[in-house]
Every structure is written in structure tokens, then in C-alpha cells.
Design a protein around this ligand. Structure first.
Ligand SMILES: [Fe+2]
Length: 231
């Protein structure tokens, strides 16, 4: 191979391969207008009884919104996509599955925002945008972005140097992401209420393997003969 005389774009370098280690996957899927009229009413009604969120907008007091019978079909669709994400990223054995735990709605009005946070006690999280108006969400790079904590004034902002990434969202978009991925909603500059529905998930079945001494039977703790509550 000849020595390079000048810098080349990587794709022009002979025998080049780009090994992208440990990427973070965020799925954005537009589901279309699939919720029944009764289901839509459940979503809007849930916000009639809401609380002011310390993070800067309003959240329904009901934190199991997707358990409402009128949202069953919609929940099944969300579960299908979420399981797809889980399978695509984890390739789990058939003994391991996930399920939706809490689900709640958010109301964001002009000048509201939602400060940076991640979702604890959850594996995969998602947000469905029921009603938007030039809205967005920002995800943060836990590794800082770039090559170190030193900040290069990059002339091209891309996935290799980004400290954060803004995703534009529109009506009926579903975003699925790892619960540990920090995110926020910048101050809403546009008029019109934004309504979203978010949910968390957790493991079901067993994790790890017996052979590697990593086996954890998530929902079978009673079978192990141990109960914290002594009667
Ligand atoms: Fe969130």
C-alpha cells in the first residue's frame, strides 16, 4: 500500500473500515392516525386531572393511561414496536421479554419546557406524539461527544462530535430509546398545545444464563422461597 501524501476522506482510503462501537439507537416511527375516537378521548381526558411537573410542564395524575380498555389496541401496537426495538437491539432468548409498566400523558404549552432527565427503573422508554406544533426533543450524549471533554468548535456537527442531538417530531410519531438516555424538551416557542404519551418498560422472564452465573428470574422470586414480608 502506498503512503498517503495528503489527508483523504476515509472512504477513499484503501482497505478502510469504520468500526462504529456501541451506537445508541433511537427509533422514530410515524404510526399514522390509528387511535380510535374513544381512545383519543381517554388521552385528552387524562390531562383534565394533571399536576404541574417540576420539570416544567404538566403530567397526568393517571400513570397507567395505557391500561384503559379504550386504548387496548393502541397499546398492543406500541408493544409490538417496542418489542421489535428490544429484539433488534438485544436479540434476547425466548425466555426474556419486556412489558409496559407506567404510562402517562404530558401537556406542554407555549413557553413550557421539560428539563433534562432519564427514566429510572425502566429498560426501554418511548414517547408518542398525539398532538404537536413544530415540536422537538433533545437527546444528550452521556460520553460528552467528540474525542474528550475538551470541546472542538466543529465546523460540521455530526454523530461523531455531537454533545446533544435535536429530533424534530410531528403528529403520531413514536420515539423509542434506551431509558438511560438523557433527554429534554427545549422551551416551546410555538403556540398550540403539545400532547404526548410516554411509557416505561421492564424485563419479564429471566435474564442472563445459568452457565455464566448471571441468571436472574425477574418475576419468579417467590419460587426461590424468599419473601421479604415476614408474617
Ligand atoms: Fe422523558
Amino acid at each position: 500500500m502506498k503512503a498517503l501524501k495528503k489527508p483523504l476522506p476515509p472512504e477513499d482510503v484503501p482497505h478502510y473500515s469504520n468500526i462504529e462501537l456501541f451506537p445508541t439507537l433511537v427509533w422514530q416511527i410515524n404510526l399514522g392516525d390509528i387511535i380510535s375516537d374513544k381512545g383519543k378521548k381517554v388521552i385528552t381526558d387524562s390531562l383534565k386531572d394533571s399536576r404541574e411537573n417540576p420539570l416544567g410542564n404538566r403530567t397526568s395524575k393517571d400513570s397507567y393511561v395505557l391500561e384503559h380498555p379504550d386504548l387496548k389496541e393502541f397499546k398492543d401496537t406500541l408493544m409490538l414496536h417496542t418489542r421489535n426495538y428490544f429484539d433488534f437491539t438485544q436479540h434476547p432468548p425466548k425466555e426474556t421479554d419486556i412489558y409496559i409498566t407506567q404510562s402517562w400523558t404530558n401537556l406542554t404549552r407555549k413557553n413550557d419546557q421539560h428539563a433534562g432527565h432519564a427514566h429510572s427503573n425502566s429498560l426501554v422508554s418511548a414517547v408518542y406524539y398525539h398532538q404537536t406544533n413544530e415540536d422537538m426533543i433533545t437527546f444528550y450524549n452521556a460520553l460528552g461527544g467528540g474525542l474528550s471533554q475538551l470541546l472542538v468548535a466543529s465546523e460540521r456537527y455530526d454523530k461523531y462530535n455531537a454533545q446533544s442531538w435535536i429530533v424534530d417530531v410531528k403528529d403520531h410519531d413514536l420515539l423509542i430509546f434506551p431509558s438511560k438516555l438523557s433527554h429534554s424538551v427545549p422551551k416551546k416557542e410555538s403556540t398550540g398545545d403539545r400532547i404526548s404519551l410516554a411509557y416505561n418498560t421492564f424485563f419479564k422472564g429471566s435474564l442472563g444464563t445459568k452457565e455464566t452465573l448471571t441468571e436472574l428470574k425477574v418475576n419468579d422470586w417467590e419460587e426461590l422461597g424468599w419473601n421479604r414480608i415476614k408474617e
